[in-house]
Design a protein around this ligand. Structure first.
Ligand SMILES: [Zn+2]
Length: 426
């Protein structure tokens, strides 16, 4: 497989996803069984486990990181590579074997490092494009006389995972969210995209800035798009916002042409762990039988999904969701040099905290006007303060007044948010 060029691999997965009928339940079941059989012989973690494999939480998964990847890469090694890439803003370094380390910081508060191979990267790119590109976008790629399809991707960090998408017919622009937002907006107008991809809250920010662009497709990734943001973005760009539901655990779902969110059950088994059966709310326990570098087997996510019991008219037979709950009051606001409020997105703030040499065990940032009340447990308080003020400066914004407070648990009745804006500055 390593001799097949990336582009062919991507094209292959694109074609399979786009044009082949989705595998039926029997075929999926067979693939799953074969995958599990293999896992039991290949992974030191599962060797000798005869019956049902255990359900793992993220913490348990990370604690057994080394035994849950094919190359025995330790969490420390992977974290080291990921942090170096973040610090240098250079996302090319790979581990031996062409393995890429990605890092994401989930709302659950832990730093998530994940490993993907070249093949998996290509598969991700192919499937993503196969599922998400509209007919018009595809026509543009296939027409050699048309300009290449330009995709703008807003993310807090790039990675080999995303740059895999670039080719002669697809121009991929990466927008680094740690740069000042106004600069990003002017760059966006210089190279207006056909497809705009960004985390939900960032999409709302872009729409709010009203740049002179007319994307044909707008895709929300990584966070939950709330209804207010959706309406605003759709009004500004006059297109429907599609969603990709993705986590460290992989490509979990995306919206179809009917605008409904489907779980990616072509390559995932999703077992519901019911929170409330009547309303259809559950925690997904996922097994990804397309991943070979790391084994995600019966992995329990903290997200709460809500099932849509009615069949989708698009014809895809996978489970559809009414919503993904539990991850936009998370955006912090500070004035820029003109005195206008500008957003700092939770992804960026989380990343800054987790990239510290001595990150806190627990933290919570609550904004009230220009005050950021930072509750800390562990870590170096001075380092945290300096990092947050540094972030504001780098983003061209006034520094907040950071007030350090001892850690206290949040009342259970409240949404458990690490980052929250209670009151914007006046
Ligand atoms: Zn559908």
């Amino acid at each position: 497989m390593s001799t097949v060029p990336d582009r062919l691999l991507i094209l292959w997965h694109f074609a399979v996803t786009r044009w082949l009928p989705s595998p039926g339940s029997r075929l999926r079941e067979r693939r799953l069984r074969r995958f599990l059989r293999r896992v039991k012989t290949e992974s030191p973690f599962y060797r000798g486990v005869e019956r049902d494999l255990p359900i793992l939480t993220k913490t348990e998964f990370l604690a057994n990181f080394e035994a849950l990847n094919r190359f025995g890469i330790t969490l420390e090694e992977a974290t080291e590579v990921a942090l170096r890439a973040e610090r240098n803003r250079d996302f090319r370094p790979e581990l031996p074997g062409g393995i890429t380390v990605g890092m994401s910081s989930g709302t659950s508060g832990t730093r998530h490092v994940f490993l993907v191979s070249r093949g998996e990267r290509c598969r991700w790119a192919g499937e993503m494009l196969g599922r998400m590109l509209s007919k018009e976008s595809l026509r543009q790629i296939l027409n050699p006389l048309a300009p290449p399809l330009r995709i703008a991707f807003f993310l807090r960090a790039s990675s080999n995972l995303y740059t895999t998408l670039g080719s002669r017919r697809v121009e991929f622009e990466f927008y680094d969210l740690t740069r000042p937002f106004a600069d990003l907006m002017s760059d966006l107008e210089v190279k207006p995209p056909d497809v705009l991809i960004a985390p939900a809250t960032v999409l709302a920010g872009i729409a709010g800035a009203r740049p002179a662009i007319r994307p044909r497709q707008v895709i929300s990734v990584a966070e939950v798009l709330d209804d207010r943001d959706r309406e605003m973005v759709e009004n500004v760009f006059e297109v429907r916002v599609d969603e990709v539901y993705q986590a460290t655990e992989g490509f979990l779902g995306c919206s179809c042409r009917e605008g409904r969110l489907h779980l990616n059950e072509e390559s995932l088994r999703v077992e519901p762990q019911w929170v409330d059966r009547e309303s259809g709310r559950f925690h997904p326990v996922i097994t990804d039988f397309s991943r070979r570098t790391q084994w995600f087997v019966r992995h329990r996510l903290t997200d709460v999904l809500r099932i849509d019991p009615t069949p989708c008219p698009c014809g895809r037979k996978t489970t559809t969701l009414l919503s993904v709950e539990g991850r936009s009051e998370e955006v912090l606001w500070l004035p820029n040099s003109h005195g206008d409020l500008a957003p700092l997105y939770p992804d960026v703030v989380r990343q800054v905290v987790y990239s510290l040499g001595d990150p806190p065990d627990h933290y919570r940032i609550e904004q009230k006007g220009m005050c950021w009340m930072v509750h800390l447990s562990g870590g170096d308080p001075e380092e945290v303060t300096a990092a947050l003020i540094g972030l504001a400066e780098r983003s061209g914004l006034s520094s907040p007044e950071v007030i350090l407070l001892p850690w206290s648990d949040q009342p259970v009745s409240e949404k458990q948010k690490r980052i929250r804006c209670l009151e914007k500055p006046a």
